[in-house]
Design a protein around this ligand. Structure first.
Ligand code: SF4
Length: 309
């Protein structure tokens, strides 16, 4: 927090627009109070903030804020018109008791690739030490796009992919399946989650298989579809691919195509639209993780590239 305050002072910020993930709601008032004690006025953004791909500079400027504070998300590489300060908010969690209890699940793997999300970077050190004390070879890589060794995003798995040829399996230190599933879908190697919330180590192959089956099915739906909706978000960092190019291609195949633009997707916003399938150009995890919420089948841009899954 001190580092964040220093950074805000260095840019002479007075009114700060604060974006934070849902999981930090219980802490955000405390953070806000601390910032206000240090002389900053804080506007807490209660719109969802899934990642630093979503930098709300227009809203911040409209509210005459002179900086954005993005909490618990690393720099996604977005160039904004006002300064954006990233607060590497780490969560405490001791993986050692979980490793002691669940170690047998890792016994078959000698070379282990360790990955995580920003919040759990400090925990990876303890995991590495524990595994090495058991004679395992632990590999970690740093993606040029992320700040820390082992760090991945839900849509950027470079820190894991770089190790694929070296390891027998991956271990993802996390809470929930979100980060592990991203890499599991991008690799053929087994992936186990070390879940600091559930206090368990488990494979997520079942979820991976289910997602892959849905993608295969939906690809066929796209082939047969007469009307296609291309889902576009105007969040700053959430444009993956070129919707106009796909529209032209699909129209040449005789399909009717609509470009459907919004901030955040929801099934309610699509009520009343007559389309056979959706192709999302926004966060690629919407179609893999939220598919069940939608009445209309959905693919993402990467699913329709032949070289990708
Ligand atoms: S695009 Fe999706 S997975 Fe990637 S950072 Fe944004 S919210 Fe996370």
């Amino acid at each position: 927090m001190e580092e964040v305050i220093e950074k805000l002072r260095a840019i002479n910020a007075k009114r700060v627009f604060v974006q934070f993930p849902e999981g930090l709601k219980l802490k955000i008032q405390e953070i806000s109070k601390e910032l206000e004690r240090n002389g900053f006025e804080t506007y807490l953004c209660l719109e969802s903030s899934w990642g630093a791909c979503d930098v709300r500079e227009d809203e911040a400027k409209r509210l005459k804020c002179d900086a954005i504070l993005h909490i618990a998300h690393g720099d996604f590489g977005i160039k904004a018109d006002i300064p954006v300060i990233y607060y590497d908010y780490f969560l405490n969690g001791n993986p050692v008791p979980i490793l002691e209890k669940e170690y047998h699940k890792l016994e078959n793997y000698q070379k282990i690739g360790l990955v995580t999300s920003l919040q759990f970077i400090p925990a990876t050190e303890k995991v590495k030490e524990f595994l090495e004390s058991k004679g395992k070879k632990v590999f970690m890589a740093k993606s040029p796009l992320e700040k820390y060794e082992g760090q991945m995003l839900g849509c950027r798995t470079g820190a894991g992919k770089a190790l694929e040829s070296k390891v027998d399996a991956f271990l993802c230190v996390s809470a929930g399946k979100f980060y592990g599933l991203g890499l599991a879908l991008d690799t053929e190697k087994p992936l186990l989650n070390l879940d600091l919330e559930k206090c368990k180590i488990y494979s997520i192959d079942d979820v991976k298989n289910k997602v892959e089956k849905i993608i295969a099915w939906n690809r066929q739906v796209l082939k047969d579809a007469k009307i296609v909706g291309l889902l576009i978000s105007w969040k700053r960092g959430q444009m993956f691919g070129n919707p106009s190019a796909l529209k032209t291609r699909l129209e040449k195949e005789g399909k009717e195509v609509y470009l459907l633009a919004m901030d955040e997707f929801s099934p309610e916003k699509l009520e009343g639209m007559k389309v056979d399938i959706l192709v999302s150009f926004a966060c690629p995890r919407i179609s893999t993780d939220d598919q069940a919420k939608y009445r209309i089948p959905m693919l993402n841009y990467y699913d329709i590239q032949s070289s990708n899954r």
